[in-house]
Design a protein around this ligand. Structure first.
Ligand code: 13P
Ligand code: SF4
Length: 310
């Protein structure tokens, strides 16, 4: 339920959007009141596509930094703003560009696949980017004879390795929100809802993914749950996803496990944005995302190569 104050802010934001020819892109994990001002909600791939094709003058991104940077790289002529400058992705920070350069020297024949959850400078070192929605397709598009370095998420990389049987070199990064979901958490909720289908994000560990009926991106979960004949779903990703699923598919039931590790299932950075932030950022046109042109040029090549596959 929205408060009166929230309703008023939503009205003011919608007015500002019209006045400024702005669009607001919102990642699925954001708090549900932010959905109310979204022109588009979705996963990293869907948000990147929207950023690339919009003819708005201003793109306000509600998510974390690498997503807004990606929007800026794909839409360099637009003013791209981020709802919170301090909304970062700790996993993206686990791939340092100098370490990536060293890895390239050690494996000169390898192709580098940069998950979209990386900094712009790391994307600039990559041959191609991927998101959770297209990672398998991206890897399959690369030559079979060369090894592939997947940065930064080792869980996603292991999932790709097991599914494609490619020679994948793992990077030691991980996302706390997914990595710390345990198999016991999953067994507990499966016992409580034995008829529910299990949807898991590929950033979860293999032990968790082994329990999944569907492994997919966050938007993939919306599509799977809509199409499925099942009425109950266990959702193994950041808890905010349950709000998005309930909003789009109110007739079905969605459950998150009771997590035994306090870092599991929650991305504090995705929860920072408030409606007041959205209003202030759009009103003042502050928090502009800047990517140096020489970095953007190289990173765009890796992103464009991915977008061509989508
Ligand atoms: P999606 O692209 O599946 O939405 O995932 C983004 C992310 O940050 C997952 O933790
Ligand atoms: Fe990064 Fe994990 Fe948060 Fe996604 S959920 S933005 S991967 S820290």
């Amino acid at each position: 339920m929205l408060t009166e104050e929230q309703k008023q802010l939503i009205e003011k934001i919608n007015l500002l959007k019209k006045q400024k020819n702005a669009i607001i892109l919102v990642h699925n994990y954001l708090n549900p009141e932010i959905y109310e001002v979204a022109d588009y909600m979705g996963d990293s791939l869907g948000l990147s596509k929207e950023a690339a094709k919009t003819d708005a003058n201003i793109v306000l991104f509600c998510g974390v930094d690498f997503m807004a940077e990606t929007a800026k790289i794909l839409s360099p002529q637009k003013k791209v703003l981020i709802s919170r400058m301090d909304a970062t992705c700790p996993m993206a920070a686990m791939a340092d560009v100098n370490e990536v350069k060293e890895m390239k020297k050690t494996h000169p024949n390898a192709n580098i696949v940069a998950y979209v959850n990386t900094t712009a400078v790391v994307k600039a070192e990559a041959d191609i980017c991927c998101t959770s929605a297209n990672a398998l397709k991206v890897v399959e598009s690369l030559p079979r004879e060369s090894p592939i370095i997947c940065v930064p998420d080792r869980n996603l990389a292991r999932y790709i390795q097991l599914t494609t049987a490619r020679d994948i070199i793992l990077w030691p990064g991980f996302c706390h929100s997914h990595h710390f979901i345990t198999e016991q958490d999953v067994i507990g909720i499966k016992d409580a809802y034995p008829n529910a289908k299990v949807m898991a994000h590929p950033e979860c560990t293999k032990q968790v993914l082994d329990h999944a009926d569907e492994i997919c991106s966050t938007e993939g979960m919306v599509n799977f749950a809509k199409k499925s004949e099942a009425n109950e779903f266990i959702v193994l990703t950041e808890v905010g996803m349950v709000n998005r699923l309930k909003r789009d598919i109110p007739e079905k039931q969605f459950y998150s496990p009771k997590f035994s590790n306090e870092q599991a299932g929650i991305c504090p950075n995705m929860k920072k944005t408030t409606l007041q932030d959205v209003y202030d950022v759009l009103n003042e046109e502050k928090n502009e995302v800047v990517v140096p042109e020489e970095v953007a040029l190289k990173a765009r090549k890796a992103l464009d190569r991915m977008m061509e596959l989508s």
